[in-house]
Design a protein around this ligand. Structure first.
Ligand code: ADP
Ligand code: MG
Length: 553
């Protein structure tokens, strides 16, 4: 009935469109390509990637999140995969590579089912059932008694494979101590915000000179040599403006005709700066930290009063110090009073490497610690920082949830076993999807084995047999190149690393599966776009609607 009619143009000219099988295949391929790229970095024997950005700067890392951040991905579904890594990194700090690799494998398995004409919606449903079951299994077999030794092992597992070998034990100790000192209780729940740990990096020394400091360290020295190097019983004023004469926003010119007036003008300036120092003194402060500059003359007056002053403190540091010392950040010196001051047992200047830093120790709220990272090269320091980031996060997550599982592919093998038991009870074609999900999870032990140079098929078979006979902790010991009990080998991870990875991989994989049409508007002429086609299409619809609406009238 439509034949002979002129086709209605809904999309703007130049819009690219891919639909049906083509769209699906291309989306799956793009996602798989990303997963395959980072697969080789998985586990303690994973290789590194060297990433060169458009400016020629180099990053060498095997951290999934870092690699993903640097990769300039263009394909829309590949971008969705990159998003998984970002989300995983933010939420749990580890398991980024795993999440991406699982997503890629879920799609690869789905491809096989699609070829057998299983409908994408059926696959998606089966995958969702499987993912829910996986979370249940995780909850059921998680270890709930977590002591400091387990926490340390969680930290060490997160750091294996990073280029900090040899000192993981040392760094794990620091991570556990740091996190334990900032745990807060809220509504009977443990809450850890690792952002409360101030991480400072200072070039020089060795990694083992890295230290945990029970206080806040800022990378700034006192502004004047005649100020005291150490203040005990510190009363700290935090000012987010400067201790200087404000420059006018617009160019102002002051014309002084009488030479004697020059002196008066300068005296006036001096007086203003002296008043500033007096106000600080009057409030009872013996330490002042300014977010902006401190004028030379103001420095002189402050030094005369024996006040320790620091300038150009970062806003984020100011906030941490406020929290740690109980100080209130003020803008106008006139508002400064004794109750705005923070307290610390000691503020002192210490020399680290070539630099002088300010240490604020014994703060009013002891839940404030800093980690000072040291290392011989910038690359080392950066890698230590990344390793510690992961370690702090996973220890925090383990404390918050109070649940950890055994790594090395053991947990994935166990979930696969449970899914294979579940599948026949579900029946229908969803059963096939659940079985595929089980196969997909085994990508983790398989890849760990592959990257360690082990035979992946033999390894998987050994794992299946072991798990069938009830050995829940049997996994791949990538460091020894053998299979074994991963609990005995202390390879532990927070449960949330696994549940989050599986959930987000499932979410993205099913989302990608259900797409049968990719419509991309042309990039160059931005205005109009798809909406440009709107009115035309709507017009047609409106006409129809009008006709349909006729009879009742
Ligand atoms: P991700 O970005 O997913 O955390 P990693 O490269 O850190 O990727 O590898 C994590 C995987 O390596 C996890 O499955 C973890 O259980 C495993 N793993 C860590 N340490 C060991 C170890 N010593 N032996 C075997 N597997 C390990
Ligand atoms: Mg990791």
């Amino acid at each position: 009935m439509l034949s002979g009619q002129i086709p209605i143009l809904v999309l703007k000219e130049g819009t690219a469109r891919e639909s049906g099988k083509d769209a699906q295949r291309n989306n799956i391929e793009a996602a798989k390509a990303i997963a395959d790229t980072i697969k080789t970095t998985l586990g303690p024997k994973g290789m590194d990637k060297m990433l060169v950005d458009s400016l020629g700067d180099i990053t060498i890392s095997n951290d999934g999140a870092t690699i993903m951040k640097q990769m300039d991905v263009d394909h829309p579904t590949a971008k969705m995969i990159v998003e998984i890594a970002k989300g995983q990194d933010q939420e749990v700090g580890d398991g980024t590579t795993s999440a991406v690799v699982i997503a890629g494998e879920l799609l690869k398995q789905a491809e096989v089912l699609l070829e057998q004409s299983v409908h994408p919606t059926v696959i998606a449903n089966g995958y969702k059932l499987a993912s829910t079951k996986a979370t249940e299994v995780l909850d059921k077999i998680a270890l709930k008694n977590i002591d400091d030794v387990s926490l340390k092992n969680v930290a060490k597992t997160a750091m294996t494979g990073k280029n900090v070998g040899g000192v993981t034990d040392f760094l794990a100790d620091i991570a556990v101590k740091a996190v334990k000192s900032i745990v807060e209780e809220r509504d009977g729940k443990k809450v850890v915000d690792v952002d409360n740990i101030l991480v400072q990096k200072k070039f020089g020394g060795g990694i083992t000179d890295t230290e945990l400091i029970e206080g806040v360290v800022i990378d700034k020295e006192k502004v004047h040599p005649r100020m005291p190097s150490e203040v005990t019983g510190a009363k700290i004023a935090l000012i987010d403006s400067g201790l200087e004469i404000k420059k006018t926003e617009i160019d102002a010119k002051i014309q002084i005709t009488d030479p004697s007036k020059i002196q008066a003008f300068l005296d006036q300036e001096e007086e203003t700066l002296k008043t500033m120092a007096d106000k600080i003194k009057k409030a009872g402060a013996n330490v002042v930290l300014s977010q902006k500059g401190v004028d030379d003359l103001a420095q002189h007056f402050l030094a005369k009063e024996g006040i320790y002053a620091v300038r150009r403190v970062k806003k984020s540091d100011m906030e941490k110090i406020a929290k740690a010392t109980g100080a209130r950040i003020i803008t106008n010196l006139d508002d400064l009073s004794q109750k705005d001051l923070g307290f610390a047992n000691k503020v002192e200047e210490r020399k680290i490497g070539d630099d002088r830093l300010t240490f604020i120790m014994g703060c009013k709220f002891p839940k404030s610690v800093s980690i000072m990272i040291r290392g011989g090269t910038q690359h080392t320091i950066d890698e230590v920082e990344r390793a510690l980031h992961d370690a702090l996060k996973v220890v925090g997550v383990a404390i918050e949830d109070g649940a950890i599982v055994v790594g090395g592919g053991a947990i994935e093998a166990e979930i696969a076993l449970e899914l294979r038991k579940l599948a026949p009870t579900v029946g229908g074609r969803e059963q096939l999807a659940i079985e595929s999900f089980a196969n997909a999870l085994e990508v983790i032990p398989r890849t760990l084995a592959e990257n360690a140079g082990m035979d992946s098929i033999d390894t998987l078979l050994a794992l299946r047999v072991a798990h069938q006979s009830g050995k829940k902790n049997f996994g791949v010991d990538a460091l020894d190149g053998a299979t074994g009990d991963m609990l005995a080998k202390n390879v532990l991870e927070p449960t949330r690393v696994k549940s989050h990875a599986i959930e987000s991989a499932t979410e993205v994989a099913t989302m990608i599966l259900r797409i049968d049409d990719v419509i991309s508007s042309k990039k160059s002429k931005s205005e109009g776009g798809p909406q440009g086609g709107g009115p035309e299409g709507m017009g047609g619809m409106g006409g129809m609607g009008g006709m349909g609406g006729m009879p009742p009238m």
